[in-house]
Design a protein around this ligand. Sequence first.
Ligand SMILES: [Zn+2]
Ligand SMILES: [Zn+2]
Length: 315
Amino acid sequence: MILRRQREPLQLVDVPMPRPKKSEVLIRIEACAVCRTDLHIVDGELEKPKLPLIPGHQIAGVIESSGERVGVPWLGWSDETCHYCTTSRENLCDRALFTGYTIDGGYAEYCVADARYCHPLPDGYAFDEAAPLLCGGLIGFRALRMAGEARRIGFYGFGSSAQMTAQVAAAEGREVYAFTRDGDQSAQEFARKMGAIWAGGSSGAPPEELEAAIIFAPVGSLVVTALRNLAKGGVVVCAGIHMSDIPSFPYELLWEERSIRSVANLTRRDGDDFFAIARKSKIVTQRTNFALERANDALSALRAGEIVGTAVITI
Ligand SMILES: [Zn+2]
Ligand SMILES: [Zn+2]
């Protein structure tokens, strides 16, 4: 499924089989989970994708030559030499390449990927169960680490990433307070089912002051909403790659050492740490599966807020 121009539907076309270059492997794709970032790329909110582009960066498949089950995440390549790479921050690499954005991704039957950036899939996960871990799980995990030792954490927006991160947080003994669109009872019920101890509308206040908040929804005003519910010294972590503008707010809300930060991309180390957790106890996901040729339907459903949990393209 190919994006020829942004703000246009993907097209189902036959393309030549990709050929792996040195350090790359050819992967037969079994499933590719849909991320909100895919929408930002298709809808033109993220600029300068490779075009034409095969989107998708939560790939679960099999290496053709070895039969190994692997996952391909968002970070597809880094130069390993720049200031960021040499200080354990390859996620910020100036020359990084990203799967399904600046390299062809997983809305396809096959892809090639640099083997050094792939992760062995944990046993006990079917391909469509493993695919959502590759970005939603991983970036959520990185965002959770940015929340430090906070015990009471607010999640603003409860979709693909939040459903997995809530389980990791609960396993670490933290309390997750889930905020959804006001009045969205089914999303709130879903959040409670996935491990949130409380769920309510985003304009409401939690029963307890939060020590941290993670903003999963691409809505800048939620940063200010979250700050209002934050205890002294707390942090608001913005987990998405794109967000609407953050409205101005009184300094008083930031005072007393509250902070706001973003999470960008991921490192291979994040992947190793996260998959070690996913191996130890199974992270379950609620999913809606779509056939490859229905990728546009999956994107439309996500755009309309109709997906509870994660949309997955299965091949
Ligand atoms: Zn993603
Ligand atoms: Zn670099």
